[in-house]
Each structure stands twice: as C-alpha cells, then as structure tokens.
Design a protein around this ligand. Structure first.
Ligand SMILES: NC(=O)c1ccc[n+]([C@@H]2O[C@H](COP(=O)([O-])OP(=O)(O)OC[C@H]3O[C@@H](n4cnc5c(N)ncnc54)[C@H](O)[C@@H]3O)[C@@H](O)[C@H]2O)c1
Length: 334
C-alpha cells in the first residue's frame, strides 16, 4: 500500500515514523509547505519527498494522511475526497464550525471514506471504560472528570491558528466522552485563565480552560485543560457510578505525587508528551486507517463525529466569551 502524507511538523513527523514502521505500508511519500522540513523527514526515513500535495495525489497513492497545520485541513480534505482517495485527517477537520458543517455534508454525499484523527478511541484504557459503562457494571453514571494537561506549550506560532484551547485540546475529551458514554452533550459552562506566556492572550486564547458539561441523560462532566502541567503530560478520565468507579490513565506514570505519607504511588516513570502517552493508540489508529483504505472497515471516526465534538468546543468558546451557560441547541449542526 502507498500512503501519501502532507505535513511533517510535530505530529506529521511522528505519523511518518509510525507509518514507516507498519507492515502494510510499502511506500510512504511525504510533502510539506516547508520543503526543508519534508526533505529532512524524507532523508531520515529514506522515503521520497514531493514538492506539493497535487504531486502527492497525482502519484497514485492508495491513502492520504493530512497532518498539516489546521488551516490546511479543509482544503486538503476537499482535494483528497475529489481525487477519490481514502483520507485520514488530523483533528480538527476545519478551523470553523461553518467549514466543519460543509465538510460533513460533502463527505456524507461522497463515497470516499474519511477517518478523523481522534486517537483516544484506540487507547485500551478508554476502550475498557466504554465497556464498563455499556455493560452497566458501574450502575448509573453520575459524574465524569476529564482532563488534557500538556506538560509545556507548543511553539508560539501554533496558537493563533489552533482554534483556542477548547477546539484544540479539550476537543479530544469531547470526542472521547461521546465514545465512552454513548451520550451527547446538552449544555456547557466554560471559563479560562492566563498565567503563562503573553502570546496566548494576544491570540485571544487562554492557557488553561475549565468547563462544566451536562450530558443529555443528566450526567455531570468536569473538563479541564492546561498548557502548563509541570508534573508531566496528564490525560485522564474518571467515571463515577452508582456501583463503582473506573479511571483511564491512572497508572504509575501519573503526573502527580501523593501528599500522603508512606504512599509509593505513582512510582514512575512519567510521560512528558502526547506522543509518549498515546504511542500504541496512534499506531492502532493508523493500522485501522489501512483497513479503511482496503475497504474492510468503515471509518472509525467520521467527519460527523468530528463535527459533534467541535460543536461542544464551539459552545465552550461562546460560554467563555459571554460568561454564561450555553445549550448545544444554540450551536448549529446537521
Ligand atoms: N491527534 C493528536 O493528538 C494531535 C497532536 C498534535 C497535533 N495535532 C493536530 O495536527 C495538526 C498539526 O499539528 P503540529 O503540532 O504537527 O503542527 P506543526 O506546526 O508542528 O506542523 C505543521 C506542519 O504543516 C506544514 N504545513 C502547513 N500548511 C501546509 C499545507 N497547506 N501543505 C503542506 N504542509 C503544510 C507546516 O510547514 C508544518 O511543517 C494540527 O491541526 C493539530 O491540531 C493532533
């Protein structure tokens, strides 16, 4: 199988290495708007680099992976679909709600599978939590806590086009919340704070976010995010129910130490980045994409799924800006 990859920055270079290591990929071809970046990754992996996406798609690839900066996603996704090539697109599929809706409509009307990169769906812990909720072993679920705490901020130039902390970081929590519970978000009340670098506020963003969500079955969900978690990379979900509780990401790598005397949990080592935290999940999602390309499974995360997560993020941004609870019914969808 021949896979074309556009964008070899932080996540794209990581995906290139993952794809190169997978058995099913016979040939990987890369491109980037920055030719030097494409050449460097191509040289490291001993794969061809082409000057642009048009050449990549014209070269007869079986699958197309989009890992460019967010503004590139929508136009490249349109090119991939127009070329009839099964496409994997990093989240978010677009920077705006209107464009996400347009893409969801487009993809629904075409016969080209599109897989959106919410890798937590392939994490074994989240999958077990989903089973625990579905099997009823927790009884009714009343409270969920979910967090995405990055150890350190990305480079300053990433922030103005990132969409803000809810669309960029917590969108993963919103997607996995739907996946784990099978429920939809009914309303949100969000806030944010800035104690770190000035470039967040200059971009109208916050470096730390918090949101209180209510699901359509009345479950209360507390979500947080930060770009400054000195203890390490910390992505977790706690699900509390009538008959029990289960936690995803609660192991000896926990980015926290106990204040209690004599407790030797967590023993470490800690994880410092999303790459370390989700390596097996990224491998599993790209393996699943190969099955999508081969036509043996449908997309495990559709543009419609991405739209629903994006709508929750959109509601959080509106809530933060207006200082009030926002019902999801206020946010356009399809
Ligand atoms: N799923 C995840 O866990 C995860 C993690 C990190 C980033 N992401 C997403 O991946 C995307 C990239 O993030 P990043 O941190 O790698 O960014 P980055 O800024 O490090 O890299 C982006 C790369 O895309 C290239 N590029 C930009 N526009 C392009 C275009 N039109 N054609 C070809 N190349 C283009 C840039 O030159 C750069 O090399 C973002 O949309 C982000 O939301 C997802």
């Amino acid at each position: 199988m021949r896979i074309g990859l556009a964008g070899v920055g932080r996540i794209g270079a990581f995906h290139a290495r993952t794809l190169q290591a997978l058995d099913f990929v016979d040939e990987l071809i890369v491109t980037d708007a920055d030719p030097a970046a494409a050449k460097a990754v191509a040289a490291e992996l001993d794969v061809p680099a082409v000057p642009d996406v048009a050449s990549l798609l014209a070269s007869g690839v079986d699958g197309f992976v989009i890992a460019t900066a967010t503004p590139g996603h929508a136009p490249l996704l349109r090119l991939g679909v127009a070329a009839g090539i099964p496409t994997f697109c990093e989240k978010p599929v677009a920077g705006t709600l209107a464009e996400t809706i347009a893409l969801a409509k487009l993809v629904a009307s075409e016969d080209v599978p599109v897989h959106v990169g919410f890798q937590r769906r392939f994490d074994a812990g989240y999958q077990r939590a989903r089973e625990a909720v579905a099997s009823g072993e927790l009884g009714f679920v009343h409270t969920i806590r979910a967090n995405t705490h990055d150890q350190a901020p990305p480079h300053a130039s990433y922030i103005p086009t990132s969409g803000g902390i809810f669309r960029d970081c917590n969108v993963h929590d919103f997607d996995i919340l739907r996946f784990v519970t099978g429920r939809e978000v009914a309303s949100v009340y969000a806030t944010g704070g800035n104690k770190g670098a000035a470039f967040f506020a200059e971009a109208g963003d916050v470096d730390t976010g918090g949101a209180l969500l209510t699901l359509d079955d009345g479950t209360i969900v507390l979500v947080s995010s930060t770009r400054y978690n000195g203890g390490g990379h910390d992505v977790r979900m706690e699900i509390h129910g009538e008959r029990g509780a289960i936690a995803v990401g609660l192991d000896h790598s926990l980015a926290m130490r106990s204040a209690e005397e004599g407790v030797d949990f967590p023993r470490g080592p800690r994880k410092w980045s999303f790459m370390e935290r989700f390596l097996p999940a990224y491998q599993a999602e790209l393996t699943a994409f190969a099955d999508v390309v081969r036509g043996v499974r449908p997309s495990p995360c559709t543009v419609q799924d991405a739209l629903e997560a994006f709508r929750v993020a959109e509601a959080c941004e509106r809530s933060r800006a207006e200082g009030r609870p926002v019902a999801l019914s206020e946010i356009e969808g399809i």
